[in-house]
Design a binder for this molecule. Structure first.
Ligand SMILES: C[S@@+](CC[C@H](N)C(=O)[O-])C[C@H]1O[C@@H](n2cnc3c(N)ncnc32)[C@H](O)[C@@H]1O
Length: 277
């Protein structure tokens, strides 16, 4: 019954849907999962990645999972992740660990055209580390350039298996360095991990392309690795209420992970022959 009411409230494209989403967002109406499905919550893309990482980790027998945000800036994303982590913990019983990576001083100098200097400048998005640290309840900050901090991450922080990654570093070079995660810490990842790429849609000034920015980093990673791939999702464009973020979720696959082939779907699946009327 609840599912029917939810579907009616968010019926595709209607004014009622827009109103329902706004009311739901403001007053936390409907279940957490429905609010993500209908984007009726702040940063549903963050929630989507956290929730599905936790569900997969649980099916694989873990009781905790890590979520990494690459590119923290002032920290609004990290604060939002803490809200999602609390909801997902309630829903799944999983412990969610959150790590935020940033220089703390804003964007480093761009290397060349691939870092899109027509769009961004060194020093944009500096963090007030003390102010953010005082606001965070459970996330840990990993301050420094990712090229230097990422290699030591697992040894220094002992994270739970990594299942979700928010990538918001703007530059090609920084994204390339961040996705070295999949080489440096391969055994510490789930066989499939949920990734949100912030900087792949853009606008008519940014004009992102396959030859610059994060899209270039993704393509280079895929060309250089046979058994690890970063792929678009195929199912999200079929969601009941289309949103830009549906095009920004990618999945990291490690086809050689010992867990890649473990069955995690519905246990009983049957399609009995329908009886003729
Ligand atoms: C657009 S901001 C992130 C915004 C944040 N995710 C949010 O939603 O509020 C991009 C951030 O990436 C960080 N960054 C870019 N390249 C980096 C690198 N190589 N190492 C560490 N941080 C980097 C910058 O310091 C900047 O704060």
């Amino acid at each position: 019954m609840r599912a029917v009411i939810t579907k009616l409230a968010f019926h595709k494209g209607s004014i009622r849907a827009k109103l329902s989403r706004e009311l739901s967002r403001r007053f936390n109406l409907f279940s957490y999962e429905s609010r993500i499905e209908y984007s009726a919550i702040d940063r549903p893309h963050y929630g989507y990645c956290v929730m599905h990482a936790a569900k997969l980790a649980k099916k694989l027998g873990h009781n905790s999972v890590s979520v990494l945000e690459f590119g923290v800036a002032g920290g609004n994303g990290l604060v939002n992740l803490e809200m999602h982590a609390a909801e997902v913990s309630k829903l799944t019983g999983m412990e969610i660990q959150i790590f935020g990576f940033d220089t703390g001083q804003g964007l480093p100098p761009p290397h060349d055209y691939r870092d899109l200097p027509h769009q961004w400048k060194q020093g944009f998005y500096a963090m007030d580390v003390d102010k953010l640290s005082a606001k965070l309840t459970c996330s840990q900050l990993v301050i420094g350039n990712i090229a230097e901090s990422l290699p030591h991450f697992v040894r220094s922080y002992h994270p739970a298996p990594i299942g979700a990654i928010i990538l918001d570093l703007d530059y090609y070079s920084s994204t390339r360095d961040a996705i070295r995660l999949f080489e440096l810490h391969r055994p510490n990842l789930l066989p499939r991990a949920f990734i949100y790429f912030d900087d792949i849609i853009g606008d008519d000034v940014a004009l992102f392309s396959e030859y610059t920015g994060p899209l270039l980093a993704i393509n280079e990673f895929n060309s250089g690795h046979d058994s690890q791939k970063i792929c678009k999702t195929t199912h999200l464009t079929n969601m009941p209420y289309p949103e830009t973020w549906h095009h920004q979720i990618y999945i990291y696959h490690d086809f050689e992970s010992p867990d890649y082939c473990r069955f995690v779907s519905e246990e009983t699946q049957e399609l009995p022959l329908a009886t003729a009327r």
